[in-house]
Design a binder for this molecule. Sequence first.
Ligand code: SAM
Length: 379
Amino acid sequence: MSDAEALNRRLLDEMAAADVLSDQWRPAFLAMPRHRFVPGVIWVDAEGGGFTARRRDDDPAAWLEIAYTNDAIVTQVDDGATPDTGTGRRVTSSISAPSIVAAMLRRLEVEAGMRVLEIGTGTGWNAALLAHVVGEQNVTTIEVDAVIAERARKALAEAGVSPTVVTGDGAEGFQGNAPYDRVIATAAVQHVPYSWVAQTRPGGIILTPWGTAYDNGALVLLTVDEHGAAHGRFVDNTVAFMWLRAQRAPRPDPPNDLAGAAESTTTLHPDAVAWDDISASFAVGVRLPDVSKRFVDADDGSDDFTFWAFSGPSWACVDVTDGASTHRVLQYGPRNLWDEIEAAYRWWEQNERPLTGRFGLAVFPDRQYVYLDSLDNPV
Ligand SMILES: C[S@@+](CC[C@H](N)C(=O)[O-])C[C@H]1O[C@@H](n2cnc3c(N)ncnc32)[C@H](O)[C@@H]1O
């Protein structure tokens, strides 16, 4: 048995023991080993922040070990603009963690012969796994980045499968091979492109990572009905995928000048609205989808930090001194963002602190909305 095969089997055994890998998918994970799709240059955390390149040729054994960790591996930064001698800032492509890949494939409930559309080809690994189960002729996968798409085509061909790899904007779907039984996105959306619904047959399933500028980590499973609509529940809230390129959330920096901000205090700890409970953070994001947030640690080595919120010209910050029960709030601009966040959090509390799984998403040709418990209860 080769080193790669031994590492793959060890990983798959771990995933099976954790009940993540089903018997249906194990043969695909054996036939399409992950390292065949991991590029020769990957990106790892750099000292001092950002990402630094690591090359297979410099240390093949270390590279292979990384290929069989149960973690996502960064395969492109900054849309390919940063050379592999530089420091990457933003992750723009990755091969997802094996457990997440297996869990999503399982949720998709595919059967041999089903036609599947994947958005976000990346390395091609997920498309290869799908092709193994439903047949390569039934898989269409779309990648927006031409360099990544070409690399995936090559890796897929070398692995012995040739699904249709489209270079283009996945938001448009791919009408040429529609209708699909299943659509799976491996990039997150804030709005589900209606083309995915239109190109799925009634009864078909759409599985996509979903988030807001405030909170990105949910997974929603939609079923398409006979009237051209789709709806279904959020089924997970622990998966952080990169955004579909046109739906990237802004990442504003805190302002240098705090003049003109209104000062007040709060007894609500920012961790409550953004950190302690993923359902609270999800719900605040649903109520305030355009508000982005950020935690900035104090640079004096203490546990003090500042929580920031931004939307357009408005910003708010809450200074937290470790152990204190009252915190200073600054709010600037036409919206009082901290007040809005507090109100959104109170809404969640007053509704009995619903878990993410009580929320669902409804998608119609002209509108979409999140609901709580039932379609007739929009949030
Ligand atoms: C997490 S990676 C996908 C991982 C992939 N499924 C795999 O098996 O390696 C997300 C990918 O989505 C791609 N992407 C982002 N926006 C897109 C869009 N509008 N259309 C198609 N692909 C897109 C990114 O370039 C990136 O390669």
